[in-house]
Design a protein around this ligand. Structure first.
Ligand code: NAI
Ligand code: 15L
Length: 273
């Protein structure tokens, strides 16, 4: 990998959201990124079992003191934890908005050098599927969840400008074992491509705050991922092998949000009254 800053891995890497869909998959695969992996999630979600290279520390991200203790001793973070779908504002506020603030405050206090922030395509979900945007396009969040990720990107920029903490914000498309529907034919990110992107995001020098889309090499795409070239990221997988399976599904209603907008169903979820 070109342009690597760290000849040796980090000393202690914090992985939040380790019990989630993505976290469970990448947990064992980030072992080589640091001497120790500190694995965290809500206590109810996280079994206490730890591999020899791991420390398991349950933590609610909305608890500032607990997050401060969680971050202490870590020099890098992969931040996956939080609400990952559209939910009432109060839930998003606690886990994502207070959560990301608490994380960066801990990072500032304890000298964390690099954070990988799991942002989302829902930061730009109100663009149409026939538009192609890059990561510098005006953000158009498609709900409270998208707003929280947009806030997280701003927090990342602020903590770089003010304190020099570097972040790669990855606007993940759809990171699942395979695309589940027509929309995900464009947004799919394979786990292998995600792992490659995470590794490059951690180890490429001088990223400042870089925002990229997390997408595989899909035939149809809504995102010009040119800023990912700074990381040398060239995805290897594609949603195309799943096309026949997806085409066999009923087509979405023409003109519906799912058919027209990049954010799909997120753009019409709620209000939660
Ligand atoms: P997930 O919902 O499966 O995992 C999120 C984890 O965060 C869960 O294990 C949950 O217990 C934990 N969590 C929730 N509230 C918390 C709190 N207050 N304190 C501590 N932990 C808390 O989500 P998934 O799919 O694994 O996604 C991981 C990250 O990537 C999330 O931040 C999500 O927003 C982001 N992302 C994922 C995409 C995907 O396609 N999987 C697409 C775009 C972004
Ligand atoms: C997300 O941000 C969600 O976390 C994930 O569950 C998917 O819904 C994904 O976006 C998507 O847009 O497919």
């Amino acid at each position: 990998m070109a342009n690597q800053e760290h000849a040796v891995p980090f000393k202690r890497l914090l992985l939040t959201g380790a019990a989630g869909g993505v976290g469970k998959v990448i947990r064992s695969r980030v072992a080589s990124f640091a001497d120790k992996i500190r694995v965290s999630d809500l206590s109810a979600a996280l079994p206490p079992d730890a591999a020899p290279h791991e420390e398991v520390i349950p933590c609610d991200l909305s608890d500032k003191q607990a997050v401060d203790a969680l971050v202490a001793g870590c020099d890098a973070v992969i931040h996956l934890g939080g609400v990952s779908v559209e939910r009432p504002f109060e839930e998003v506020l606690e886990a994502n908005i207070k959560g990301v603030y608490n994380l960066y405050e801990g990072a500032r206090r304890h000298g964390v050098k690099r954070i990988i922030f799991a942002s989302s395509n829902h930061v730009t979900g109100f663009y149409r599927q026939d538009e192609k945007i890059d990561a510098h396009a005006l953000r158009r969040p498609d709900g409270y969840y998208g707003l929280s990720k947009s806030f997280g990107e701003d927090v990342a920029q602020f903590y770089f400008d003010r304190y020099g903490i570097e972040t790669v914000s990855i606007r993940i498309g759809s990171a699942f074992p395979e695309p589940k529907d027509r929309r995900m034919m464009a947004s799919w990110l394979s786990y292998d491509d995600l792992l490659d992107l995470l590794q490059r995001s951690l180890f490429t020098a001088d990223v400042g705050h870089t925002v990229v889309y997390g997408m595989s090499d899909n035939a149809v795409t809504w995102w010009d991922n040119r800023f990912a070239s700074k990381l040398g990221f060239v995805p290897r997988d594609s949603s195309e092998p799943f096309r026949a399976k997806i085409d066999a599904q009923p087509a979405p209603e023409p003109g519906s949000a799912v058919a027209v907008l990049q954010g799909g169903a997120f753009t019409t979820t709620g209000p939660f009254e």
